[in-house]
Write a protein that binds this ligand. Structure first.
Ligand code: UGA
Length: 429
């Protein structure tokens, strides 16, 4: 099929590439000409395992191309996906101006029937607004349908998530567009759920909020574990073995970050309020999440007594492992807070240092993970990178001034760290 994706950010680029990989002909549109040029040359602006190889392969096969012309995209695609940013506004609501602009631009060049699909995470009832906008700006009575098709990929495992989805959600009020969308997803061999437009939009916000709730729940239980001497890993294993609960997203740590959960939660709270429901439960999820970093800092203060002039090495800046994304990263907040209190910081991340240097030039970075340990009074693990597990921790200990390790992601094994001679602190155990 001929598909067009407007917006070559995380979701747009990975979706477009995977569509090409299963045999569709894909045009990716982005208004950033520099980015388009880079992508045409096979330079990928983000780090995502497996993505670069797939982009290059599909460009070479002629199934994936990039352009800055929306008219070209609309002309060349039977189905047009909108995958542009929906950033948060200061009051927690979502800025839908990019979605509106794209809808208008599509309408202005529409000459024949197209399915226009919202892939960006948007508040319920956005699809209705997109349809209204297209009706207003289209020329004549050219036909179209608007579909909501939320994306559930996670950064760091985006390609694998997209190629093997748990489910595909298609929200539409028309049979013609439902049939076309089923054809788009037929090669993925995944269960397809067709709903009305509003329900599909809600599925996305309700799912992300539920996952964030799971994380805050386990973090609250971790606080009880610390107070009672229980072990959060064992508690989560025991809970997770119940199929109704499941073990996923029950990993205690510094709390959730990233470009999705914090934004989607506040948006969902706000949307609910606008619709007349006060979602107190989700407000508590946010509060627990914010508390998690404060409780961790308190633990560090208790052990170190004062931060001022202490040399602290930090492993991890990305908001999670396997990504270079630092948006709303708890690791970044942790670094900034320790520096505010006078700590002398050195930080390392396998992939996120370039982005960190641009956005937070004050955070001192080193090129080698062992360098953060040199003469350090303490070491802190802020991101769940598997690479950190593989480090030579005996060597790290020999480099440190005092062997204190604060593991904010429960990445290391307490018994092993103690055997190696570390004073080891983690979350909920
Ligand atoms: C999340 C959802 O998982 C995706 O399904 C969704 O498509 C995406 O948002 C989106 O809306 O675009 P993502 O933010 O990329 O994906 O990453 P997650 O793996 O969900 O992690 C989010 C945060 O939660 C990270 O900071 C991670 O460290 C933290 N986390 C995750 C925990 O603290 N504990 C856990 O058990 C799991």
């Amino acid at each position: 099929m001929k598909l067009t994706i407007v917006g070559s950010g995380y979701v747009g680029l990975v979706t477009g590439t995977c569509f090409a990989e299963v045999g569709h002909h894909v045009t990716c549109v982005d208004n950033d000409e520099k980015k388009v040029k880079q992508l045409q040359d096979g330079i990928i602006p983000i780090y995502e395992p497996g993505l670069e190889t797939l982009v290059r392969k599909n460009v070479q096969l002629g199934r994936l191309k990039f352009t800055s012309s929306i008219a070209e995209g609309v002309e060349n695609g039977d189905v047009i996906f909108i995958a542009v940013p929906t950033p948060p506004q200061p009051d927690g609501s979502v800025d839908l101006s990019y979605v509106e602009k794209v809808a208008r631009s599509i309408a202005e060049v529409l000459t024949g029937y197209r399915v226009i699909v919202d892939k960006s995470t948007v508040p319920v009832k956005t699809g209705e607004k997109v349809a209204e906008t297209i009706r207003r700006y289209r020329k004549g009575n050219v036909e179209f349908d608007v579909v909501s098709n939320p994306e559930f990929l996670r950064e760091g495992s985006a390609v694998a998530d997209l190629m093997n989805p748990d489910r595909i959600v298609i929200g539409t009020n028309g049979e013609r567009s439902a049939a076309i969308m089923k054809e788009v997803y037929q090669p993925f061999n995944a269960p397809i759920m067709v709903t009305d437009l509003n329900s599909a939009e809600l599925i996305k916000h309700a799912s992300n909020s539920f996952l964030a709730l799971k994380i805050s729940y386990i973090n609250a239980v971790a606080a009880i574990c610390e107070a009672s001497g229980a072990d959060i890993g064992k508690v989560a294993d025991g809970m997770g073995a119940d199929k109704r609960i499941g073990r996923d997203f029950l990993y205690a740590g510094l709390g959730y970050g990233g470009s999705c959960f914090p934004k989607d939660l506040s948006a969902f709270i706000r949307i609910s309020e606008d619709l007349g429901y006060s979602f107190g439960l989700l407000k508590e999820v946010e509060r627990i999440n914010a508390d998690q970093l404060d409780r961790f800092l308190k633990k560090m203060r208790k052990a170190l007594w004062v931060f001022r002039d202490k040399k602290i090495g930090q492993l991890g800046l990305a908001f999670k492992g396997n990504t270079d994304d630092i948006r709303s990263s708890v690791g970044i907040n942790l670094a900034l807070k320790m520096m505010e209190e006078g700590a002398i910081l050195k930080a390392f991340d396998p992939k996120a240092m370039e982005k960190c240097a641009i956005s937070y030039p004050k955070i001192p970075l080193v090129e080698d993970p062992y360098e953060v340990a040199k003469d350090a009074d303490a070491l802190v693990v802020a991101t769940e990178w598997n690479d950190f597990k593989e480090l030579d921790w005996l060597k790290i200990k020999s480099l440190m001034r005092t062997p204190l390790v604060f593991d904010g992601r429960n990445l290391l094994i307490p018994e092993e760290m103690k055997l190696l001679g570390f004073e080891y602190f983690s979350v909920g155990r």
